[in-house]
Write a protein that binds this ligand. Sequence first.
Ligand code: ZN
Length: 751
Amino acid sequence: MSVLRKLATIILVTIILSLILTNNAAAQNTIYFNGQDITSQIETVSREGELLIRARDLAELLDADLTWRPALKSLEMESQSVTIKIMANSRYIQIENDAIRTEAGLQLVDNQAYIPLAKSIEAFGYLLEYQRDNEELYIFQPETTINNVSWQEDGNQLQIEMDEITPYRVLHSEDGREITIEIDKAEIDQEFSDNISNNNYYLRVVNVPDRALLRLVIKSRTPIPFQIDGGVYEHEDSLVLSFLPQLKDIRLNEDNLLSVEATGEIPDARTKYLSESRKMIIDIPSVVIGNFDLDIEEHPLIKDIKVTQHDLDPVILRIEATMANGDIFKPVQREKSNLLTFKPGQRSEITDLEYAAGSFSFASSSALNPELFLLESPPRLVMNLYHVNRGSGIQDKIEVNNPQITSLRTARFDDQTVRIVADLEELTGYEWVEEQKNGLYYYTVNLKNKFSEIKTEDNADYQYLNILMDSRANYEVKKFNYPHRIVVDFKNTLNNLDDFSRIEKSSLIKDIRSSNYQLEGEEVTRLVFELNDYYSHRVESYQDQKGIKIALAKEYLNPEMKAEKIVKSQLIVIDAGHGGFDPGAIGATGLEEKVSNLAIAKATAKQLSKTNHKVLLTRDSDEFHSLQNRVKYANDRKADIFVSIHANSFNNPQTGGVETYYNQHESNQNRFLAEKIHDKLGRGLKINDRGIKESNFYVIKYTKMPSALVEVAFLSNAVEENMLRTKSFQDRAAALIADGILDYLEENGGE
Ligand code: ZN
C-alpha cells in the first residue's frame, strides 16, 4: 500500500468514524411513539446517516411477528397483514411486491439485527415527524386517510375526501400563483391516483418526509384570487376549497354570435361602447383569466380582442374587442349560467316613452347599452341609444311639467344614434334599470330623489326630526349608540345637503351631517343626527311617504319605555379564527394571524364580561378547531351572538383597512350586527374603512344566531401587521368590537 493510499485510507476511516460518532450523537434523539417517550425502551444506532432500530424492539412496539433466518441472514416482520423482508448486505426492504431502497439496510451490531427505523415503520403505515431543532422524532399512527381528491363544479372546487377532518392549514404563496393545503397526521389511500390536474391548475400531492403531514400544492399560471377565510369549506368529512371560475373560451361562430364561456357561474357583465375607438368593453366580475381559447381569426366583424385581469380587488376580467366597422354587439338573453352571448346589433325599435314623478321609461325590442350623461345650462339628462329606430308613440317632444322633468324630447342624432333628452328643473343624479318581460326590454331612468327640507321641532316631551324629500323616499332608520346617533340611509338619493348650518339644532340634537356610504354594493346617502342624549324614538311617514318624521323622547315618558332599555343577559360567542396547526394568514414579517386573532378575541371577551352578558370563546389557547366544531359550539349552546375575529391578507402589500362581513339573511339581523360592529371599527380604528360586505364564510353562514366576521386589518400590509402586534391596537379593536356588539344588543336584544 503506497503512503498516499495509506493516508487516504486513514482519512477515510477518520471521516467514517466521525460520521458514526456524530450520527451516534444524533441517535440520542428523543423518540415518541403515539405521544409517549420510548427513547429508553429501544436501542438505536446510526449507519450511513440513517437511524436504525433494533428489530426486536420495533417488533415489540408494533406487536409484530418477527422471523430471523440465520442461514439466509434474512429477517421478516409481520404486523396487521403487512410483511416486510430485509436481508443482510442488501439495502432494500421488500414490502409485499415493492422494494424500497434504504441507505444502511440491515446491520448486525453485537449479533443483533438493526433495521432502518423510518422506512420500516412507514411500511407499516406509521407517520414520522422529525423536529430537527430539539432532535425529537415523533411516530404517529395516521389519524385520517385521504381517500380522494377531485375537482368539482367544473373545476371551481377542489374536494378532499378524508376519513375525518384533522387539523389543516392553507397557505398562499406571495406571488399568488400557488396555494398549499397541509393536512396533519394524514396518509393517502393506496388507491389514490395523482392525476388530478386540470386545464387551469396543476395539483401535486406530496408526502413530506420527516413531517407527519400531507401536502397538496396547487399551482396556476396566473395569480389565484383565493381568500383563505372565505375559500375553505368543510362538508361532512371533506374539505372543500372554492376557486373563482376561470375564463375558458371566447369564440365568434358562423352566425356571428360572440360567446364568452367560463368554468363556472358568471354574473352579468357590464358592457360599454367607446364609439370613437370602436371598442366594446366587457367587464365580468368575479372571473379569473386562466387558460382560455380565443378563436377569433380574421373575422370581418372583430379586428382584435384583448383580455386582461383588469382588477383583483375586487376581481374583474376585462374583454376589449375592437370592431372592424362600428358594429355593436348586444347581450343575448342568457341560457347558461357560465355563458355570456352577444350578437351583432339588429336595429332595435323603441316604443312607449312614458314619464312619472322623478322617472321616465320606454320599451325596446332588444337589449340596449345606452350612454347617459348630464349637461348643464339648461340642465338636462341625455341618453344616446345606438342602433335604434324610433317606433310608435315616440314623439319629438312631450311636455311633462312635473317637479323634476319639464319635457322629454327624442331625435335622431346621427345615422346610428337616437337621442332622448330629459329637460330638468335642475341637475340631479340618476339610476338606470333594465327589466325583461315577454321578449321586450323595459328601461327606466329614475332621477335621484333629493332632500327638499330638513326641520327640527321641539316640545316638552319630544324632539322631532322632519325630513321631506322631492319624491317618495326609500330609506332605513337606524340607531347607533355611544355616541348616540340616529342614522337614516337613503337609496338613490342625491346628497344635496352641503349646508347644515341652516338647520336649527336644539335640545337633543348636537350635530347633523351627511355622507355617501356603500351598502350592499349600492351607494346610499346617509344622514346622521348626533344626539346629546337618547331615550327612545319612533318613525312615521307623511305626505305620501315623501316625508319622514322621527320623534325622539326627551326622557323616560313612562316606566314601560324605561324597561325597554334594559337588555337581558345574552350569550355571546367570540371565535378567534384559526389556531394550532393552522396559523391563518402570515404577515409580511411573520406574524401569524392566529396569534392576533386570539389576543383580540380574548380582549373582546374581557370587555364583554364586564357587562351582564355571558361570553364564551371557541378557543382560548393556541389549538386547532374545525369550522364545523366552531359552528356546532355556538349552535349547541344556543348562543345569541356569534362574532368571528380574523385578519386579512392580499397579494398587494399596499392594501389595508378594516372590513366586516355578514351572511345575507332575510331577517337582516346579520347585517344589522355587522353594521353596528363596523360602525365602531370604521370610525375608531383609524385605518382605511373598507366597509361591510356580504359573504358566505362558513362560520357565519352556518351559525344560527346573528353573526358577523371581522377582518380587523391586513397582515400583508407591514404597517398594519405591526399594529396587530401591539397590545394597544389589539385592545382598541377589542373595545370597538365589544361596543358594537353591545350597541346591537341594546337595539335588538331587548325584545
Ligand atoms: Zn382568517
